[in-house]
Structure formats: structure tokens, C-alpha cells
Ligand binder design. Sequence first.
Ligand code: B12
Length: 142
Amino acid sequence: MTSLSSDSHMWNLVFLQLLLEENGGQVVNLGACTPDELIMSECLRVRPDALVISTVNGHGHIDGLRLIRKIRQNSGLASMKVVIGGKLGVHGSRHAGSRAELVANGFDAVFEADADLDRFLDCLGLRTPAPKRVPSTEIRST
Ligand code: B12
């Protein structure tokens, strides 16, 4: 998990790390203002099941596009699952054009800040099953 080179926001990363860990994920958090080269070298070293990018400063559609083009050109990373989410531009979640461009350039999924988190977890194969309810007939007083 990482942010992007221009983005210094951190609580989005803390939130996502907790979400992923609480749903059974193992997370390597590369933090904020992460250079493209560091993200790529860590992915080549760690070989994650997926790279999750979170960015909220509004430059995500630019930084993300640059990064995904580099990732898809690297033979070692070309098939890695990569998803991006957060506040990707400065027009709220209405910017369907840049979402389409991000996917066309290689992102497996793009999530806006208000996206359904179950859909995000599903995309990573992490969604925990709902807790099993015990039928009332099985609850006995001692
Ligand atoms: C705190 C803050 C800062 C702090 C950050 C401190 C730190 N180190 O973390 C400081 C003061 C440094 C800062 C700076 C800037 N900020 Co600021 N900041 C905020 C603020 C007030 C709160 C962010 C926060 O911590 N939220 C808490 C976390 C938990 O929520 P979140 O980030 O929204 O993440 C949620 C969702 O977005 C979503 N999500 C996020 N990522 C992902 C990824 C996936 C895959 C998924 C599924 C979901 C998801 O899930 C999270 C939980 O719901 C927001 C406004 C706001 N109320 O959101 C502005 C805000 C993010 N900042 C903004 C801006 C513009 C800036 C600056 C450019 C301002 C400036 N001119 O200098 C700089 C950029 C600095 C940089 N280089 O990146 C804008 C971004 C505009 C946009 N994208 O439309 C915001 C939205 C304020 C605004 N309304 O204009 N900021």
C-alpha cells in the first residue's frame, strides 16, 4: 500500500491499513510522498498480491497515470494487480473521464472516496463473511 509522490496526506493510509488488516490482509505501508521508483522497487522486492494506492490531494489522476504507465512497462510488474482510490481529482467523484483513462492505462480498479468499501475488499478477495447468527433455540440458560 502506498500514496503517491506529491501527496503528503497520511490518515487515509492509516485508515486503509487498518481496514485491510481487520479483514485478513497483510500490509506493507510505504507511506506518503512516495517516489515512483521506490514504489516499483518495493513491489519487485516484496511481490505483493496487490498494490493499493490511496491519494487525496487532487493530483492522483496525474501522479497515478504516470506511475501506472511505468508499472505496466516493467516486465516484472506488468501483471501485478494495482488499484487506486481516494480523492483523485478536484472535481469530487464526478470525474468519470479520468477514471476511464486510469483504467485504460492499466489500473485494475479505481475507487472514489465515497466508494463502497465492500466492493473494494471484494476486489482484493478479502471480504470477511458476516458473523454467523446462533439460532435462538441453541441459546440455553445454565
Ligand atoms: C488533514 C489534511 C491535510 C494535512 C495532512 C496531514 C497529514 N500528514 O496527513 C495537510 C495540512 C498537510 C494538508 C495539506 C494539503 N491539503 Co489537505 N486535507 C486535510 C483534510 C482536512 C483531512 C484529511 C484526512 O486526514 N482525512 C481523514 C482520512 C481517514 O479520510 P480521507 O483522507 O478522506 O480518506 C477516506 C476516503 O477518501 C477513502 N479513501 C482514501 N483513499 C482510498 C483508497 C481506496 C482504494 C479506497 C477504496 C478508498 C480510499 O477512504 C478514507 C476513509 O473514508 C482534508 C479535508 C477533509 N475533510 O477530508 C484536506 C484535503 C484532502 N486537502 C486538500 C488539499 C488541496 C491540500 C493541499 C494541496 C493544500 C495546499 N494548497 O497546500 C495540501 C497538499 C499537500 C500534499 N503535498 O499532498 C484537499 C484535496 C482536494 C481534492 N482532492 O479535491 C482536501 C479535500 C481539502 C479540500 N476540501 O479542499 N491537508
